[in-house]
Design a protein around this ligand. Structure first.
Ligand code: SF4
Length: 350
C-alpha cells in the first residue's frame, strides 16, 4: 500500500532513502497544498527529475474521486459529490460568501447515527467514519476546483454529513493537518466544529484546540421538544449541556469567548412563545452568539415546515434584548439541496 502524504514520518523516511533535498519536497507540497495544483500537473512539472518523480509516484495523494459538482443558480454555493474507494458517496459544499471569503462545509462521516429529525443525513443512518485523508481530500479537491476562479478555501466548517465528535480520532488528526504550515496552514480560528453536544468529547476538543470555533446545534431549549428532534438530548440533556458550556467558556478561548448556537426555525415546533422563553432562560448565563436559520426541508420531507419570515423576525426581536449576539443566518444552496440539514447522498453504491 502506498504511503499517505499525511504520514510525515514515513514520507520523511522515503525522502531520506531517495536522498532528495528537503526543499524539493517542500516545493512539491507547496504546489499541491498552497497552489492547488493537481497531481497530474505536479507530475508533469517534475517529469525530468527521475528521483522526485519516483517519490511523487510512491505516495497516496488522494483517495476520494470528485464525481459531480452542482452550482446554485441563486447564490454562491457549489455542492461537490465524492466517491470513496469502497463506493460510498459523501458531499461537501463550497460557500462563496459575499464578503469574498470562501468557506468549505465538509463531512466527517458517511451517514450519521444521531437521527436528528430535520436532517436528511440523519435519515440515512450510519455507515462508517471517514479517515483523516478522506476528510482532507474534500479540501484539496475543492481547492483544485476553485483554482480557475483564483479562490482558495480559508474557512472550514464541520457541518456536512456526520457528527464530528463521534469521529474524534480522525477529525482531530485532520484539524492538526489543516493548521500545519507544511500542509494547509489554516488558522485554527477559521475552523468551526458543529456538534449536537457530545458532552464527554467537548472537553477533549477544547483542550486540544482551545481557539477553535465551537457551534452547538441546539434547535430547541425545551427538553421535550429537543429530545424529539435531536434525540441525543435524551442522553446529554439541556441542563448538562448548559453546565458543560459554562465551564468551557470559563476555561477556554473561544472566539470572543462566544459559543455559537445554531437554531433552526421549524413552524409550530421551535418558533413559539414558549421557545422564546425557554431560550431566554437557557442562554442567560452563557456568552452566546445565536444563529437563527430558516429550516430547509429536504424534498422528501413531509412533516416539518419552515417558519414564516414574519415569525422569524418576531422571534429575533423578542430575543434581542436578552442574548449577547443574535443574527439571522441565511443558508446557501437550498436549490441544490446543499443548505443546512439537506445534505444526504442519494447515490447508491455501485
Ligand atoms: S444534524 Fe448533524 S448530528 Fe444530526 S443527524 Fe444531521 S449530521 Fe447527524
Amino acid at each position: 500500500m502506498k504511503t499517505s502524504i499525511y504520514n510525515l514520518d514515513r514520507v520523511e523516511k522515503l525522502r531520506s532513502s531517495l536522498k532528495i533535498d528537503p526543499h524539493q519536497i517542500k516545493n512539491v507540497y507547496n504546489q499541491y497544498f498552497k497552489k492547488s495544483e493537481t497531481l497530474s500537473t505536479i507530475s508533469k512539472n517534475n517529469s525530468g527529475n527521475y528521483t522526485l518523480s519516483s517519490f511523487i509516484n510512491s505516495l497516496n495523494w488522494q483517495t476520494l474521486e470528485l464525481t459531480q459538482a452542482a452550482s446554485s443558480e441563486q447564490d454562491g454555493a457549489t455542492k461537490l459529490l465524492f466517491k470513496t474507494t469502497d463506493n460510498h458517496y459523501i458531499e461537501a459544499v463550497i460557500l462563496r460568501i459575499k464578503t469574498g471569503r470562501t468557506t468549505l462545509c465538509i463531512s466527517s462521516q458517511i451517514g450519521c447515527a444521531m437521527n436528528c429529525q430535520f436532517c436528511a443525513t440523519g435519515h440515512m443512518g450510519f455507515t462508517r467514519n471517514l479517515t483523516r485523508q478522506e476528510i482532507l481530500d474534500q479540501v484539496t479537491i475543492a481547492n483544485q476546483y476553485l483554482k480557475p476562479e483564483k479562490r482558495h478555501i480559508r474557512n472550514i466548517v464541520f457541518m456536512g454529513m456526520g457528527e464530528p465528535l463521534n469521529n474524534p480520532g480522525e477529525v482531530y488528526k485532520a484539524i492538526e493537518t489543516l493548521t500545519n504550515p507544511k500542509y494547509f496552514n489554516l488558522s485554527i480560528q477559521h475552523i468551526c466544529i458543529s456538534t449536537v453536544g457530545i458532552i464527554p468529547e467537548l472537553n477533549t476538543l477544547m483542550t486540544n484546540f482551545p481557539k477553535i470555533k465551537l457551534a452547538i446545534s441546539l434547535h430547541s431549549a425545551r427538553e421535550e421538544v429537543r429530545s424529539r428532534i435531536v434525540p441525543i438530548s435524551k442522553t446529554y440533556n439541556l441542563k448538562a449541556l448548559q453546565t458543560t458550556l459554562l465551564e468551557l467558556t470559563k476555561n477556554y478561548e473561544t472566539e470572543n469567548n462566544y459559543i455559537f448556537l445554531e437554531y433552526l426555525m421549524i413552524d409550530g415546533i421551535t418558533d413559539t412563545d414558549a421557545d422564546i422563553d425557554a431560550l431566554k432562560n437557557w442562554c442567560a448565563p452563557l456568552p452566546i452568539h445565536l444563529n437563527v436559520i430558516k429550516y430547509n426541508p429536504a424534498p422528501e420531507e413531509k412533516k416539518l415546515k419552515p417558519s414564516s419570515n414574519k415569525q422569524i423576525e418576531y422571534f429575533i426581536n423578542q430575543l434581542k434584548p436578552h442574548i449577547a449576539t443574535i443574527t439571522r443566518r441565511y443558508s446557501l444552496g437550498s436549490d441544490i439541496t446543499a443548505a443546512c440539514g439537506q445534505l444526504a447522498s442519494k447515490t447508491k453504491k455501485g
